[in-house]
Ligand binder design. Structure first.
Ligand code: GRG
Length: 301
């Protein structure tokens, strides 16, 4: 990593930009829904997440020549709206039945199941609108705007995150093979992470090879992220993670159960190298992307 890149300062400055954009997004969404739904949305979205997807989106946008400004964070916030809904629904009793998320009670434990279900559902079209509005504010062409919104919705949908979650739920109690596990995670976690990079590139009007390189970077760090998630679930505590480790309890197949800790760690590092190789070959010189790829596997929660 470049010696003089200060990752912690970068992450906290970027998170501040994302936080402000999420505040603006939640304010317009709240104005359209009943107060109890708005309160649940506020709980699920404005809690203490790492904001990795939006930070990646803005880093990609900049790496492709996009200019500074609030609208880039507004675009990036659309990814966090999808991510937040997925966590709110994932924690429901009909899915993972979790009581703790981001160090505090899950949305349904505070606001109730039916309200959380509706709040999460409201966030899906809100995210599409958020991305569409932000692309307009960024001056994206009609083609780039379509690309941005389609990328977000396609990564969130049945071919991406929703499909991956379905395989995950069906897999509980069954040992998945390497191919099935890879497919599950490419869809459940990897698709939205890769979309973060592609949306930033598309909004900045990146050339097709550069956009492709960022997609490959996103796919690789998506896999590295999930392997690390499995390692943290197997080795860390609820206090550090802000959620209860649950893979074992739910009898889920993971990279740790399939390969063991050492091999899982090696595979995560291999994906970081692949991510850096993809952007390096395309001549994308972005210290932030390099630092973020390493952060994905070095993080503690
Ligand atoms: C109805 C089948 C069906 C699906 C609905 C619920 C759902 C859609 C999808 C769930 C997808 C899911 C829970 C993915 C997990 C991704 C993941 C590893 C989350 C943790 O991400 P971090 O570490 O969390 O970035 P923070 O809290 O920092 O944002």
């Amino acid at each position: 990593m470049s010696e003089d890149f200060d990752l912690q300062t970068f992450l906290s400055e970027e998170a501040a930009g994302v936080e402000a954009a999420l505040g603006r997004a939640v304010a317009w969404i709240e104005a359209e829904v009943e107060p109890e739904i708005g309160a649940a949305i506020r709980h699920g979205v404005l809690s203490d997440g790492k904001r990795l997807r939006p930070i990646l989106c803005v880093a990609s946008y900049r790496a492709c020549g996009g200019e500074e400004g609030e609208a880039a964070y507004d675009l990036a916030a659309s990814l966090e709206l999808i991510h937040a809904y997925s966590l709110m629904h994932d924690d429901l009793p009909c899915m993972d039945d979790a009581e703790l998320r981001r160090g505090r009670p899950t949305t349904h434990r505070v606001h109730g199941e039916d309200v959380t279900l509706r709040a999460g559902a409201a966030l899906i079209p809100a995210a599409a609108l958020q991305a569409w509005q932000a692309a307009g504010a960024l001056g994206c062409t009609r083609e780039a705007t379509t690309d941005v919104v389609r990328t977000l919705m396609s990564a969130s949908g049945a071919g991406g995150m929703v499909g991956g979650q379905w395989i995950d739920l069906e897999g509980e109690g069954n040992a998945l093979g390497a191919e099935e596990l890879g497919d599950l995670h490419r869809r459940k976690t990897g698709a939205l992470l890769a979309a973060s990079l592609v949306m930033g590139a598309a909004a900045a009007g990146a050339s097709p090879p550069r956009r492709q390189a960022l997609y490959e970077y996103g796919r690789a760090i998506g896999l590295a992220f999930q392997i690390t998630d499995d390692i943290l679930d197997a080795t860390s505590s609820a206090e550090t993670l802000g959620k209860n480790p649950s893979d074992n309890e739910l009898d889920k197949s993971t990279y740790v159960s399939l390969y063991g800790l050492d091999e899982a760690t090696r595979r995560a590092a291999e994906q970081v190298d692949a991510a850096l190789g993809a952007v390096g070959e395309a001549g994308v010189d972005a210290p932030a992307l390099e630092a973020l790829a390493r952060y994905v596997v070095e993080r503690k929660h």
